[in-house]
Design a protein around this ligand. Structure first.
Ligand code: CA2
Length: 143
């Protein structure tokens, strides 16, 4: 059994309720339910969401040295583009982090093209809607 934690950053609690043109109309609860069903018996998926940078960093510290955890799928939301502090936390922990984005950040405004965290993550998945989370899980499972 693999163990994976999905972390979502700011505003991702609004998924399915606003901006369906960019982020789709499904919410994170149904995405998680579908993932848990799909990986029943093979991957245990836990979930954490926060709108606060420090809370995301605290969670990375809390789980980042857990030898039983296979990886973290992180959608840091807009902090992706701004947070050296989250980048430092990822660099400091032992557990592998895969950066994911629902939208293709490279086809959007220029400010979204830069990621502060890509260089300290194992890799990046972007642009596949909520399926980006599944692809992130697959990437960790294949490590
Ligand atoms: O595409 C992604 O997953 C993003 O990480 C989402 C962030 C954005 O700042 C990044 O550039 C790309 C924004 C998350 C906001 O999520 C919402 C969801 C529904 C309604 C409103 C916001």
């Amino acid at each position: 059994m693999k163990r994976i934690l999905i972390i979502n950053g700011p505003n991702l609690n609004l998924l399915g309720r606003r901006e369906p043109g960019i982020y789709g109309s499904a919410d994170m609860e149904s995405c998680l339910a579908a993932l848990r069903l799909r990986y029943q018996g093979s991957v245990e998926i836990s979930y954490f969401q926060s709108n606060h940078e420090g809370a995301i960093i605290d969670k990375l510290h809390e789980v980042g040295f857990d030898t039983e955890l296979d990886g973290i799928v992180l959608n840091a939301g807009a902090y992706t583009h701004t947070s050296l502090a989250i980048a430092d936390a990822i660099a400091a922990i032992k557990v592998a982090v895969v950066e994911v984005h629902i939208s293709n950040v490279h086809s959007r405004e220029e400010i979204r093209h830069r990621s502060m965290i890509s260089g300290v993550c194992k890799g990046v998945v972007a642009g596949f809607g909520l399926d980006s989370y599944r692809l992130g899980i697959e990437a960790i499972a294949a490590l």
